[in-house]
Ligand binder design. Structure first.
Ligand code: 5GP
Ligand code: MG
Ligand code: MG
Length: 179
């Protein structure tokens, strides 16, 4: 469908599925006997949230937050605004934030402070992707799917101008798509 616009596949559908199973196994072992509250960050994390939730061997509840980070469409500023807050109180809950990608880490760093102030029993993070070379603030991320190069990627929830979220794999765009 989007083949003509994609420069290269970075992570295939099969690789995502395999990694999701591995992460779910690890997380399941760490949270054995506990109930986990997954907090998905809209909209990018929707695909990963849906797949990891079904792969986890422990019972989970699903919550979503939408935040907007001021900045251009391809880079964030760290100034964050809540567009949609959690529906429920997280006091005493084991929160696992589900992220699509950690780029500068600015959004997540803000989010972890915000959630931490609500007295959860614990807060950890699982992210499908991370760009180690783009990090600006250190964030403690317990579960990472793939470390990727510092390139703008789309697919599997990640958009460019709201497109490509429905692409089942992660790839980079041809330069002409941006112009
Ligand atoms: P950060 O605050 O870590 O710089 O980035 C936060 C958000 O920016 C991510 O959750 C994601 O929505 C967006 N973002 C960062 N890098 C990329 C990328 O390579 N592709 C896309 N589509 N979005 C990105
Ligand atoms: Mg995100
Ligand atoms: Mg986006």
């Amino acid at each position: 469908m989007y083949e003509d616009e994609i420069e290269k596949t970075l992570i295939s559908q099969e690789e995502i599925a395999e990694k999701t199973r591995e992460l779910a196994e690890q997380i399941g072992a760490d949270y054995e006997g506990k109930e986990v509250l997954l907090v998905g960050v809209l909209k990018g994390a929707v695909m990963f949230m849906s797949d990891i939730a079904r792969a986890l061997p422990v019972p989970v509840h699903l919550e979503f937050m939408a935040v907007s980070s001021y900045g251009s469409s391809t880079s964030s500023s760290g100034v964050v605004r809540i567009l949609k807050d959690l529906d429920k109180d997280i006091t005493g809950r084991h929160v696992l934030v589900v992220e699509d990608i950690i780029d500068s880490g600015l959004t997540l760093s803000w989010l972890l402070k915000n959630l931490g102030a609500r007295n959860p029993a614990s807060v950890e993070v699982v992210t499908l992707l991370r760009k180690p070379d783009a990090i600006k603030v250190p964030v403690d991320v317990k579960y990472v799917g793939f470390d990727i190069p510092n390139e703008f990627v789309v697919g599997y929830g990640l958009d460019y101008a709201e497109r490509y979220r429905d692409m089942p794999y992660v790839g980079t765009l041809k330069p002409e798509v941006y112009s």
